[in-house]
Design a protein around this ligand. Sequence first.
Ligand SMILES: Nc1ncnc2c1ncn2[C@@H]1O[C@H](COP(=O)(O)OP(=O)(O)OP(=O)(O)O)[C@@H](O)[C@H]1O
Length: 246
Amino acid sequence: MTVQLKDVRKTYGKGDATVIALDGVSTDFAPGSFTAVMGPSGSGKSTFLQCAAGLDRPTSGTVTVEGHDLGSMNVTELTKLRRERVGFVFQSFNLLPALTVEQNVALPLRFAGKRPDRRHLAAVIDRVGLTDRAKHRPAQLSGGQQQRVAIARALATRPAVLFADEPTGALDTHTATEVLGLMRQAVRETGQTVVMVTHDPVAASYADRVLFLADGRIADAMDAPTAERVAERMTRPWHTPMGAAA
Ligand SMILES: Nc1ncnc2c1ncn2[C@@H]1O[C@H](COP(=O)(O)OP(=O)(O)OP(=O)(O)O)[C@@H](O)[C@H]1O
């Protein structure tokens, strides 16, 4: 398994003010799988992603990435694993404005202490269709183009898993389709694992499986989702039979 979560709990605050963001989540993500994570606002989606990606530590439970238990790693080991095996894409792109497309894409390789190989960089930029924009800066690009740069940057180190938090949240429908197609392609062509938080049933339909979170638990799961079935599931209550978790 690329990523495994076992009984992951995450609480914030203390005493009466305690908020249970994740309430015992267990699931795994197979190599080359594309999973969408959905659920109402406050259900724990971002916390789930942060814990699964090693950006945040669970209060209890274990997270493993490619068999490595994140909880037993020190900060240096965790940083190395995140840099080399994990990619991130955020709703707000998070590109560095002073750097060109090419320099932004090369950044994770530089952080990982690797000399960016020109041909590899060119191939990654080509893959997201931005060869003619390689010398441009983010402000000279459309939102969709900026998100494509962010995807190229996330894939530059050839990570085992790509985590995306609302990657199409700031994009129009057409541009969102392009970005989702690129993530699908990463799964199909290079066997990368994608885990994507989204509110959009159409975006979720690009995944092989949807996990539905409610009150910090996996309340339901759906294989081979269609936008219609996902939208329909979102309108029903989350009181599902025991054992419905993925
Ligand atoms: N740093 C924090 N301190 C205290 N409570 C927090 C913190 N981060 C999240 N929470 C709480 O944990 C719960 C889950 O939050 P989370 O952001 O994971 O939900 P979400 O499903 O991603 O929501 P949204 O769809 O609105 O982004 C919420 O009740 C939230 O208020």
